[in-house]
Design a protein around this ligand. Structure first.
Ligand SMILES: [Zn+2]
Length: 432
């Protein structure tokens, strides 16, 4: 039995018999074995058969591990889009439903199934084979063979709960003969590709890496080494950045002037002031008609361009246009200055100093360098956070505008920095 603090002499071997069908979850499991109180790094052994599903999934996990490895070596190339590889995701579920609906002939497949030609007969043949397979593993239930007009045709049903149960589909696949197993897996993957492609085109795809963008991103202080791995000597580094989201009066004015000079503007383009006071003050904004007529981009002194564009009726309902340049310039600069120090709620904010709503200058922490050995520690520290969106580990990629440095690492909310550092210190202590 080992107690905390005692060094583990023997090398740990992490054997996975069954992979979770999500690369992220698999990595998380590995992170739990890779602890620092060991004298040698663990070996990861992925056990899998040579059959379609498992082998491919394992290669995806391996790729993901590589991309984390790249982080550890300070590689500046960002990893691939990771959650795209998670089969058990919203997109995977959507793809699976399409697979099932195609097989049950409720819909046509969005792709030509593997090894079928475009002609209907080969697709029907595949459908029949797929149905037999799905009946044999209990996914199609209440199967009956028709004996009327379409004699020999197999029918049955897939229960609602199974329609999007990716884990069940993939696990049941493993029980099928290799040929049909691979074809069904290939079909699922090519439909997933279509789903992902569409999501990407519509800009909805959560790539797993959140890009942090800001006009002005600067290191607030020199990067801090917060943990050194006793085996490799590689370190984990905390970067603290300051991001300035604001727009100065000069650049706001230049944006409007540019519009007018191009003759591209609308008569409603211009500076506006809020009709109501909000938290003791009126707010200024620059509205410029976007690519759709009647819909306006909203640019604010403190946070720059808002994510949401505003219809003209809403703009006119909440704001009034200001023609006095003196008045706007004073109000704009005032808001720009105040927002550097406090959030929109002012001194009475309930969240306190961590609140970032409407705050122009934001501090941002990214933990980079060697991540895997401290993954579990960070996970624990984040789990203790009060806010739901602080609890989840997020991989972020930040590009600094001034020197174009790229950093990929884990996002650490301001409120969690202290507890992450305490956790890492504890790991370091038992290591030394
Ligand atoms: Zn606040």
């Amino acid at each position: 039995m080992l107690t905390e603090g005692q060094k583990t002499q023997r090398r740990r071997v992490h054997v996975t018999l069954e992979l979770p069908w999500s690369a992220d979850r698999a990595i998380q499991q590995f992170g739990r074995t890779h602890r620092s109180n060991q004298t040698s790094a663990p070996q990861y052994r992925l056990l899998f058969t040579n059959l379609g599903g498992e082998k491919r999934f394992a290669s995806i996990v391996a790729k993901r591990l590589e991309s984390l490895g790249a982080l550890t070596q300070g590689d500046r190339r960002a990893g691939p889009s990771l959650s795209a590889f998670n089969y058990d995701s919203t997109y995977g579920k959507r793809a699976l439903t399409m697979v099932y609906r195609g097989i049950m002939e409720q819909d046509s497949f969005p792709v030509v199934p593997p090894r079928c030609s475009d002609n209907q007969a080969s697709i029907e043949e595949f459908i029949t084979e797929a149905k037999v397979a799905l009946v044999s593993v209990g996914i199609i239930r209440d199967a009956t063979v028709c004996n009327g007009k379409v004699a020999g045709k197999l029918s049955g049903r897939i229960v609602d709960a199974d329609m999007h149960d990716v884990a069940r589909f993939l696990n049941r696949l493993l029980g099928l003969a290799p040929d049909i197993q691979n074809r069904l897996f290939d079909l699922f993957i090519s439909i997933l590709d279509v789903v992902l492609h569409n999501a990407r085109r519509e800009g909805q795809l959560d790539s797993g890496i959140v890009d942090i963008k800001g006009k002005n991103i600067e290191l607030k202080e020199p990067p801090k080494t917060v943990h050194v791995d006793s085996l490799s000597g590689a370190s984990t580094i905390l970067f603290t950045f300051t991001i300035d989201r604001g727009v100065t009066w000069e650049s706001a004015k230049a944006m409007l002037d540019g519009r007018e000079n191009d003759g591209a503007g609308s008569s409603n383009d211009g500076f506006y002031e809020s009709k109501r006071e909000w938290m003791g003050r009126r707010h200024f904004t620059l509205a410029l008609e976007g690519s759709t007529e009647g819909i306006y981009k909203i640019i604010r002194p403190a946070i720059g361009e808002a994510l949401r564009e505003m219809p003209l009726s809403e703009l006119k309902g909440k704001y009034r246009k200001v023609s006095s340049i003196d008045k706007v310039s004073k109000g704009w600069q005032d808001e720009y200055d105040v927002s550097s120090k406090q959030c929109m709620h002012g001194s009475k904010c309930k969240v306190g100093s961590y609140c970032t709503v409407g705050r122009r200058l934001q501090e941002f922490n990214i933990l980079g360098g060697l991540i895997l050995p401290v993954w579990g520690t960070i996970e624990k520290a984040l789990a203790k956070q009060v806010y739901q969106n602080h609890k989840r580990i997020r991989v972020v990629r930040l590009v600094t505008t001034n020197d174009n440095q790229r950093i990929v690492g884990l996002f650490i909310p301001n409120a969690a920095v202290e507890s992450v550092l305490t956790g890492l210190q504890w790991v370091q202590d038992i290591n030394d």
